[in-house]
Design a protein around this ligand. Structure first.
Ligand SMILES: NC(=O)C1=CN([C@@H]2O[C@H](COP(=O)(O)OP(=O)(O)OC[C@H]3O[C@@H](n4cnc5c(N)ncnc54)[C@H](O)[C@@H]3O)[C@@H](O)[C@H]2O)C=CC1
Ligand SMILES: O=C(O)C(=O)Cc1ccc(O)cc1
Length: 304
C-alpha cells in the first residue's frame, strides 16, 4: 500500500501508539513518524525500538508540520494535550484519537481544534492488558475493528484515515459517538469492571488466594485476572468518562444477577437452564458469523 500521510505525530508512546507505528511501518503508510512522551525513558525506548524516526520533548513541537496527529494518551489526559497542541497544528491536518470513550473525548478535544484542521475521533477495538513503549506490536490490529466517529466531517479526510486503518490490518466501521459509548459499555467497559470485581472478591477471600487463585483457576477466571491486570489510569478514566452508559448497563447486569441468584436459592433449575441456553445461542451466533477467532476477546498480546 502507498504512503497516505507525509508526517504522522504520535502523542503518547504506549501500547496503541507503538502498535500503530509498527503497523504503519510494516505497510509503508507514512513518510515519517514522529512522537512525544512525557518521560525521557519512554522517548528513548521509542527511538531504540524504531517506533519513531524522531522524538520531541513536547507535544507542541511534535505536531509542527504533521499532516496526521494521533492522540494516544489516557482519556482523562486528552483535554490538556489538545489544549497544548491546538495553536501548533498545521492547516489542513487531521487530528484523530484512539480513546476508549468517544463523547467525552469529543467534548474535551473539539474546542481546541482550530478552523482548517479536521478532527476525526477513532477507537481501535484491539488491545492487551500491557502498556508502555515496549508493549506495542505490528499485528495488534489485524482482523480487528476500528470505529471512526463521523461528526459531519468531509468525505476525503475520513476515507483517508479509514484507508490508513485498513492498511494497518483493521476493518473499519463508522458510527456516532453516543452509540459507540453504549456498545462499548456492553462489550468492553462493564466486562472489565466485572473482571476487576471478581478478582477483588477472590483477593478478599484470603482462604483461596495466594497461589491457589492461579494454581486452580480455570480458563474463565484466568481471563479475569489478565483483564484485571490492565492499566489502572486508563481504566479509571474510561469509567469516569463513560459514566452514564456504564451505569445503565451495570444496573441491568445487577437486575439479571439478582434474578439468577433467586433461581439458585429457590432451586429454579428451569430458569437457569433456559437462561444458559439463550446465552449459549448468542455465543454460537457470534462464532457462526465469523466474528470470533477462538482467541480471548481483544487479547492478542503475548500471553504471560
Ligand atoms: N490498552 C488497550 O487495550 C487500549 C487502549 N485504548 C485507548 O488508547 C489510549 C492509550 O492507551 P495505551 O496505549 O494502552 O496506554 P499506555 O499507557 O500504553 O500509553 C499511554 C501514553 O500516554 C502517556 N500519558 C499518560 N498520561 C499523560 C498525560 N497526562 N499527558 C501526556 N501524556 C500522557 C504515557 O506516558 C504513555 O506514553 C487510551 O485512551 C486508551 O483508552 C484503545 C484501545 C485499546
Ligand atoms: O485486553 C483486552 O481484553 C481488551 O479488552 C483490550 C481493549 C481494551 C480497551 C479497549 O478500548 C479496547 C480493547
Amino acid at each position: 500500500m502507498s504512503q497516505l500521510y507525509d508526517r504522522v505525530a504520535l502523542i503518547g508512546l504506549g501500547l496503541i501508539a507503538g502498535s500503530m507505528a509498527l503497523a504503519m511501518k510494516r505497510a509503508g503508510l507514512a513518510g515519517e513518524i514522529v512522537g512525544t512522551a512525557r518521560s525521557g525513558e519512554t522517548r528513548d525506548i521509542a527511538l531504540a525500538r524504531g517506533l519513531c524516526d524522531q522524538v520531541f520533548d513536547t507535544a507542541a513541537d511534535a505536531v509542527a508540520g504533521a499532516d496526521l496527529v494521533v492522540l494516544a494518551v489516557p482519556v482523562g489526559a486528552m483535554a490538556s494535550v489538545a489544549a497544548e497542541i491546538g495553536p501548533h497544528l498545521q492547516a489542513g491536518a487531521t487530528v484523530t484519537d484512539v480513546g476508549s470513550v468517544k463523547r467525552a473525548v469529543i467534548d474535551a478535544v473539539a474546542p481546541h481544534i482550530p478552523d482548517g484542521v479536521i478532527f476525526i475521533p477513532g477507537h481501535p477495538l484491539a488491545g492487551t492488558e500491557q502498556s508502555g513503549p515496549d508493549a506495542g506490536f505490528a499485528e495488534l490490529f489485524d482482523g480487528r475493528y476500528t470505529l471512526l466517529i463521523d461528526e459531519g466531517v468531509e468525505a476525503e479526510p475520513l476515507e483517508r484515515l479509514a484507508t490508513l486503518w485498513r492498511g494497518m490490518g483493521a476493518h473499519v466501521d463508522v458510527m456516532d459517538a453516543d452509540h459507540h459509548d453504549l456498545v462499548l459499555a456492553v462489550t468492553s467497559h462493564s466486562p472489565h469492571l466485572i473482571a476487576y470485581t471478581m478478582v477483588g472478591v477472590a483477593d478478599d477471600l484470603s482462604r483461596v488466594t495466594d497461589s491457589e487463585v492461579i494454581k486452580y483457576s480455570a480458563a474463565g477466571f484466568r481471563d479475569f485476572t489478565r483483564i484485571a491486570a490492565s492499566d489502572p489510569v486508563m481504566w479509571r478514566d474510561v469509567f469516569l468518562n463513560n459514566k452514564d452508559a456504564t451505569l445503565e448497563i451495570l444496573g441491568r447486569f445487577t437486575e439479571e444477577l439478582f434474578a439468577l441468584q433467586r433461581a439458585i436459592r429457590t432451586g429454579d433449575g428451569d430458569m437457569l437452564h433456559d437462561y444458559f441456553t439463550r446465552t449459549r445461542a448468542i455465543r454460537r451466533g457470534i462464532v457462526e458469523a465469523g466474528q470470533d477467532t477462538g482467541a480471548p476477546d481483544f487479547g492478542r498480546g503475548p500471553k504471560p
